[in-house]
Design a protein around this ligand. Structure first.
Ligand code: CA
Length: 423
């Protein structure tokens, strides 16, 4: 077991009950304040640990890191040091925050310098994303979309059960939680029998996804196997892959999504390490037909992460509209990474891989408005009495995720963004 994952650990730093940020989590992010330049931080409870200052004060000695790894506006230099280095770092931080160790705890002068109230910091984009790939790995989601847009009798395309289907997305428009977005404009075709028009999208949707961030991979030409995949995954975040369904429907043939998907994708601020998630690993759903050999895997490669989506209309309380779980994904991350690199494609530190929309088996666990409202035919009732078929201007979409087992909860906080009117 990774020592930082020990469920018996308690911290001398206050952690509220039901907090996502117990001592067993210790996710990484980038923060700044009015007086502090952007730097690496670790979240615990309602506090943020400043790793730059912690390093300067000598608490991170005998680890394979230098000051510039933490005195940085992205996590990339720290991630460059690789899986084992980051594991050692997280174990050291765990020890410094452990109630049984007094090195930091006893030195209030240092504690005052390295522990900040989360309400007094501004979170920044955590990762400089090189490439962004989005998969399409939920069987329920792919089936629902197939039924709505193509043929109920053949909802899954013939390749779907053989290939972790994906496409190359765009990194420039991946944004941090809290940044508002504008309704996209583009070509839509309101009537099948008429020519397309140029218009603000009328069907802006969210996609409930998880993203994973990679370490450096292998040289171009080499592949990463499913058994090696964990060594190349730094951690996970919540991910809302905003989508414009009307633009998507008209443009996606034959090369797949383009402008319907690249206007914005929102990610949560704290990256939860794959290490921290190990206690929540579960079996992947049964795969039939049997996958090709390079996609075979051993052990528990899926994760039990409870996921929730809420819509908050302007000036009123939110309404929870979906409860799903990451464990429903048909293809796991190890298979996605093995498939991504099987042709020799290289991955780099800070690549982002989206899971694809995570829909569960029931109507209240779907991961998009498209499915929840079944192409607009079944509007959702909000707590304020209004209805939604898609996202309206002024709506804030909020996603949350957490794991719980052995009396320990770790989570991702939230990813949220408000949709503003078209520019
Ligand atoms: Ca997507």
């Amino acid at each position: 077991m990774i020592v930082a994952n020990n469920p018996a650990l308690k911290s001398w730093v206050a952690v509220p009950e039901n907090s996502d940020f117990s001592i067993q989590n210790l996710p990484f992010g980038i923060f700044k304040t009015a007086g502090l330049t952007p730097r690496v931080g670790v979240r615990i409870g309602e506090s943020v640990l400043d790793l730059k200052t912690l390093f300067v004060l000598g608490y991170l000695e005998n680890l394979p890191f230098e000051l510039s790894d933490f005195d940085c506006e992205y996590l990339n230099p720290m991630m460059k040091k690789g899986k084992l280095a980051v594991r050692q770092l997280r174990n050291r931080i765990s020890k410094l925050l452990d109630t049984n160790f007094t090195d930091l705890q006893k030195n209030q002068h240092h504690v005052d310098q390295v522990l900040l109230d989360v309400n007094n910091v501004e979170m920044c984009m955590p990762v400089q994303i090189g490439d962004y790939t989005d998969f399409y790995s939920s069987k329920e989601h792919a089936t629902n979309v197939g039924i709505m847009f193509r043929d109920p009798a053949n909802a899954l395309l013939p390749n779907w059960l053989w290939i972790p289907v994906g496409y190359h997305g765009r990194a420039s428009s991946v944004i941090l939680s809290g940044q508002d977005i504008h309704r996209p404009k583009g070509q839509i075709k309101p009537n099948d029998n008429e020519d397309p028009i140029f218009s603000p999208s009328r069907q802006v949707d969210f996609e409930l996804e998880m993203g994973f961030i990679t370490f450096d991979g292998k040289p171009l030409g080499d592949s990463i196997s499913t058994s090696e995949a964990d060594d190349y995954i730094f951690g996970l975040c919540l991910f809302n892959d905003w989508s414009a369904r009307d633009i998507q429907k008209w443009e996606y043939v034959p090369l797949g999504p383009f402008l319907a998907k690249n206007f914005a994708s929102s990610m949560s601020a704290w990256i939860v390490t794959l290490d921290a998630l190990q206690p929540y690993a579960v079996e992947t759903p049964n795969q039939e037909p049997k996958v090709l050999s390079y996609l075979e895997f051993e052990g528990k490669k899926s994760f039990d992460i409870n996921l929730q989506v809420a819509i908050q209309p302007e000036n009123t309380a939110e309404t929870v509209i979906s409860n799903s779980n990451f464990k429903y994904m048909y293809w796991n991350m190890a298979q996605q990474l093995a498939h991504h690199t099987v042709n020799g494609c290289n991955i780099r530190t800070g690549d982002l891989m989206g899971s694809g929309t995570i829909s569960g088996p029931t109507e209240d666990s779907y991961g998009s408005m498209l499915e929840l409202c079944w192409k607009g035919t079944k509007p959702l009732k909000m707590n304020d009495g209004t209805e939604r078929r898609f996202i309206l201007d002024g709506d804030t979409v909020i996603m949350r995720g957490y794991c719980e087992a052995n009396g320990v909860r770790i989570g991702f906080g939230e990813v949220k963004a408000k949709l503003l009117a078209a520019k």
